[in-house]
Every structure is written in structure tokens, then in C-alpha cells.
Design a protein around this ligand. Structure first.
Ligand SMILES: [Zn+2]
Length: 365
């Protein structure tokens, strides 16, 4: 005998579940938010209907949207630093640069234009950036290179029998007496000054027609010769001092110890700092001077007559850059004898200027 079993109403239940699942899936795909389909990191497109604008590299997967692909917005460029820069003659232009941002793409800044710090004038630097759709943004900066301030220059410096008296390490308590002597004979000299002494004396040197050169502010070998950064910081410090006291921006200089010094070997870690400095100060617009007659006042000589003799016996028929120190009373006291000898023997005394003989030594470090 066959048993008749009645089926339960389970079919209807399954059908209802299927419909529900279908509805859930449909609503998930149909009403999924569009912003989800835009590439990460991009601005969400604004839209009110089914048409939106998006960056060209965005990936839109929604088939129901009509997408307008396009980017008309150029990158925005911002200058670092000022839009107008004034640069001292000879000073290297350090470009502060610019930065760029774009609504769609990663962009980089292209820089065009150069500044020649040895040719005074106004230069334009253009910074631009182009996005992947070809939109270019740009911004400009002007750099004005100031005129070179030439030292007091005298008559022609070529020819023979010229004496350039130079005095290092001052101003000092002996400098006024020296200025009196120079004034008495109307002789112009050159002072390679440091951070020592008073601004009044500096001003007097300048106002009486002498040349002012730079001999670093500290004259401290261990500091200035341990790095080129230290050296330049100290050099610009004395340049500022002179400028603040006199209004003159000096580009004449003398290395403490001269360019041939070997004392710097003790501080530069074997990096041949003098070779580098000689090049770098020249690139920065300075003229450095050594000497071809040493008075010996920093070593061998200790009296005025020794100083005068050392100078006088070295004179011939050329151009002479004489080294003395106005920090030594006995050396200052020898100047009158030297001047008298020079004038009686047909020499012309001149202050150094940018074009004067430099009497460079051989660099030994
Ligand atoms: Zn010195």
C-alpha cells in the first residue's frame, strides 16, 4: 500500500526568499553611491543628474552614467620667497623655487631663466607646470642684480714705480696717528680691516680717501679656516660692518695669513680650504690681494728702522703692494720714512682698487 504524504508549503517560502535576495542585490548595484567609483585621492565629482565631469584618469564603472571626461584647470603655482629679489653684485643667486598643485594630476615645476650676478640688471625667472591634459600654469619672479660698487679708483694703475701701502688687522689705537701722517703727505693707502677698533676710525679712513678692504671680522684662524661657510659668514660680517659705518660695500679683501698661508692646514681637515676659498671669493665678486713686499712687522722686524729698511730695500721699478699692520705702533712710526723715500725717488702712492695688481702668492693648501 502506498502512503500518500502531503507536501508542506515550503516552495512558497523559498520563492519569497529568492525575490527578497534579488531585490537586495538589485538595489545594491542600482543605488551604489557614484563617489565610490572615482579614483581614490581625487575630488568627488559634483553632479545633479546622471552626467558628471571627472578627471581623465579617473575610473568610472557605472554604466548608467554619462561621463564627461575633461580637465580645463591649469596647475596652481606658488612662489617660495619674494616675487622681487634684489641681489648684491657678484653674490650667487640661490633660487628659492616654487611649488605646484593640480586638481587632477601630479605635476612638477619647470624653471626657466638665469641670473648672472656679475651683470647688473633685471632678470625674470619663469616657473611653470603642465598637467596631463596640457593645461599650463605659470608665475614669474624678478631678480635685480645691483651695480658693483667699485672702490675709490685712482689714475692708471699700470706703469711703474707705484707703491700700494696696505695696513692689516685694524682699526687700532695707532690708526689715527697713521691717518695724520698719510694726510700730511696726501698719500692714500688701503686698510684691510677686521671687527676691531671703532667705527669712527673706519669712517675717517673712508672719508679721507683711503680704500677699505676686508680681512674677516674675527681673524680667528680656527674658525674661519675650518669651513668655507664659516669663512664667508665672517667675511660678510665685516663687509656689513664697513657698509653700516661708511655706506661703502667693499669687495676688496685679504685672507688672514695671506692666500699662501699654511696655518689653515691645522683646521680644515685636509680639505685644501685655501684652494677652494680663492676660487669661491672670486666667484662671489671679491678681489683678494696678497703682497710682494713684507715689512716684517709681524715677525722679523721689531723697530721702526727695521720696518722702513725692509720696505725701502725691496723697492725697484715695478708696482709694490706693501704689507704692514696698523696694530703695531713701531710699524706705523716707520710710515713717514717710507713715504719720504718714495716721494723723493719718483714713486706714486695709490690706494688699491678692484683693478689693481693683486700680488697673488702661490696657494699652498
Ligand atoms: Zn691679519
Amino acid at each position: 500500500m502506498r502512503l500518500q504524504v502531503k507536501k508542506p508549503p515550503i516552495t512558497l517560502f523559498y520563492s519569497l526568499i529568492s525575490v527578497l535576495v534579488f531585490l537586495l542585490c538589485f538595489s545594491f548595484f542600482a543605488f551604489r553611491p557614484i563617489s565610490e567609483t572615482v579614483k581614490e585621492g581625487q575630488k568627488s565629482p559634483e553632479y545633479t543628474s546622471s552626467t558628471i565631469s571627472v578627471c581623465p584618469n579617473s575610473s568610472i564603472v557605472d554604466q548608467n552614467l554619462s561621463v564627461v571626461v575633461g580637465d580645463n584647470e591649469p596647475p596652481t603655482i606658488t612662489l617660495n620667497g619674494d616675487a622681487e629679489i634684489k641681489l648684491d653684485y657678484g653674490k650667487k643667486f640661490e633660487d628659492p623655487g616654487a611649488s605646484a598643485v593640480d586638481n587632477c594630476d601630479k605635476v612638477s615645476v619647470k624653471t626657466e631663466g638665469e641670473v648672472s650676478s656679475k651683470e647688473p640688471g633685471t632678470y625674470t625667472i619663469t616657473y611653470s607646470a603642465t598637467d596631463e591634459s596640457g593645461n599650463t600654469g605659470e608665475i614669474k619672479r624678478t631678480v635685480t642684480v645691483k651695480k658693483r660698487i667699485v672702490q675709490q679708483s685712482s689714475a692708471p694703475t699700470s706703469g711703474s714705480k707705484i707703491i700700494y701701502l696696505t695696513f692689516d688687522d685694524g682699526p687700532s689705537i695707532y690708526t689715527s696717528a697713521l691717518l695724520d701722517t698719510l694726510k700730511k703727505y696726501n698719500v692714500k693707502a688701503t686698510f684691510f680691516v677686521t671687527g676691531a677698533g671703532s667705527d669712527d676710525i673706519l669712517r675717517r679712513e673712508y672719508n679721507e680717501g683711503h680704500s677699505i678692504g676686508l680681512h674677516t671680522f674675527s681673524h680667528g684662524y680656527s674658525y674661519i679656516y675650518s669651513s668655507t661657510d664659516n669663512f664667508f659668514a665672517d667675511l660678510y660680517k665685516i663687509q656689513n660692518r664697513v657698509e653700516n659705518a661708511t655706506g661703502l660695500k667693499s669687495y676688496l679683501m685679504r685672507f688672514p695669513g695671506g692666500s699662501s698661508n699654511t696655518v689653515s692646514r691645522g683646521y680644515d681637515g685636509g680639505s685644501h680650504i685655501m684652494s677652494r676659498l680663492a676660487r669661491q671669493v672670486t666667484d662671489a665678486g671679491f678681489a683678494y690681494f696678497d703682497w710682494n713686499i713684507s715689512s716684517g712687522d709681524a715677525g722679523g722686524a721689531s723697530t721702526s728702522s727695521q720696518v722702513a729698511n725692509n720696505v725701502i730695500r725691496a723697492l725697484g721699478s715695478g708696482s709694490y703692494v706693501v704689507l704692514q699692520h696698523d696694530t703695531k705702533g713701531f710699524s706705523v712710526a716707520a710710515v713717514e720714512t717710507i713715504i719720504q723715500y718714495g716721494l723723493q725717488n719718483g714713486y706714486t702712492f695709490l690706494p688699491l682698487s678692484m683693478g689693481s695688481p693683486t700680488a697673488h702668492h702661490g696657494i699652498s693648501n
